[in-house]
Design a binder for this molecule. Structure first.
Ligand code: HEM
Length: 162
């Protein structure tokens, strides 16, 4: 399995788009910035919804209204983050596919965070029918927050992990 992943990584990082980022003097920081711009949008809009599910912050806006107002920015942020993340990955793919922090981030924590986020966006309307956020909504909001902190922690550990 590992040799298949390394073979794929090697194939990806020798594509023309990946070698041109690696060889350019300026492209890599712009690709990093793309990842971070997307993440800023994605994480900030996620945190806004999760805090609102926890009953923290501006209560004049219901969590369901907040969720639909932020919906487009939220998913646009993820699309930009994935584009930047994929390009960063492509530059050094054969290293990332064996990096335990990267594998934990991409293979475990992001799928769990995404699943939790989709669940929260789907349930927020139903939860909003109550005058107070139900306990389940608070637990779900907190769980999603913890998962994104976990994703960011795994991401910053990538350079130190084998
Ligand atoms: C959607 C949730 C994501 C979050 C919260 C996230 C978070 C981060 C953070 C905080 C860093 C900065 C690490 C540092 O410079 O210290 C980073 C870097 C990186 N991300 Fe993501 N990321 C996400 C998605 C992705 C995806 C989908 C991919 C790949 C397809 C990806 C690939 C990368 C790569 C390759 C790096 C550079 C790691 C390094 O060598 O230091 N990320 N990410």
């Amino acid at each position: 399995m590992e040799s298949v992943l390394i073979g794929f990584g090697h194939w990806l990082q020798t594509r023309a788009f990946a070698t041109s980022i690696a060889e350019s003097d300026w492209a890599y920081p712009y690709v990093q910035a793309t990842h971070f711009v997307g993440l800023s949008l994605w994480i900030s809009t996620n945190v806004a919804l999760d805090l609102s599910l926890l009953g923290i912050g501006n209560k004049s806006e219901s969590p369901a209204k907040l969720s639909s107002a932020l919906f487009v920015w939220n998913w646009l942020g993820l699309a930009i983050a994935i584009t930047g993340g994929f390009l960063l990955f492509s530059v050094n793919a054969s290293m990332y596919v064996t990096n335990v922090a990267f594998l934990t981030k991409l293979g475990l924590l992001i799928p769990l965070g995404l699943a939790m986020h989709i669940f929260n966006q789907w349930k927020v309307r139903e939860w909003g029918l109550n005058p107070e956020m139900p306990v389940a909504a608070r637990i779900a909001g907190l769980t999603e927050l913890v998962l994104w902190v976990g994703v960011a922690s795994a991401a910053v550990s990538i350079p130190y992990a084998a």
